[in-house]
Design a protein around this ligand. Structure first.
Ligand SMILES: [Zn+2]
Length: 142
């Protein structure tokens, strides 16, 4: 089931699978410790499938099952906003915050990908449990 996740250090609509919520709760704890806010720019993305014509897409995005979020990072102490250009550029505390989230929550930071996607966090469900990814995809598109 898709829910709209809310937490003290999250801003913006954050539509995710209920099984993804525990990761975000841990992420919120890290954000609190560093005094940062995650401003969600994208979360669950539904594909435009016609009912009864469920075709599993070749690229199994975690956004399609509510197991990924994109966003910008706001430093509450300085007001600096780390957007897609600044996130993970090797300058500033944002890299430390994202690395801490990656290490402590079980989430994967896109900044560590071969093709970096520094605004992205996910649970890696598409690779660690493809069957469950497909099951959730079918439930959300039937
Ligand atoms: Zn993403």
């Amino acid at each position: 089931m898709i829910v709209n996740f809310k937490a003290s250090n999250f801003r913006g609509d954050c539509f995710v699978d209920e099984d993804f919520v525990p990761y975000l709760k841990k992420m919120n704890e890290v954000l609190k410790r560093f005094n940062y806010t995650w401003i969600v720019t994208s979360s669950f993305r539904k594909t435009a499938n016609v009912k009864g014509a469920i075709v599993t897409p070749a690229k199994k995005s975690n956004h399609m099952v509510g197991h990924a979020i994109d966003g910008n990072l706001l430093d509450n102490k300085t007001g600096v906003l780390y957007n897609s250009k600044k996130l993970g550029d090797g300058l500033g505390e944002d890299d430390i915050v994202c690395a801490a989230i990656d290490v402590e929550t079980g989430l994967r930071w896109g900044g560590t990908f071969n093709v970096p996607d520094s605004i992205h966090f996910d649970s890696a469900l598409n690779t660690t449990n493809t069957k469950l990814w497909e099951q959730k995809y079918k439930e959300l598109n039937s």
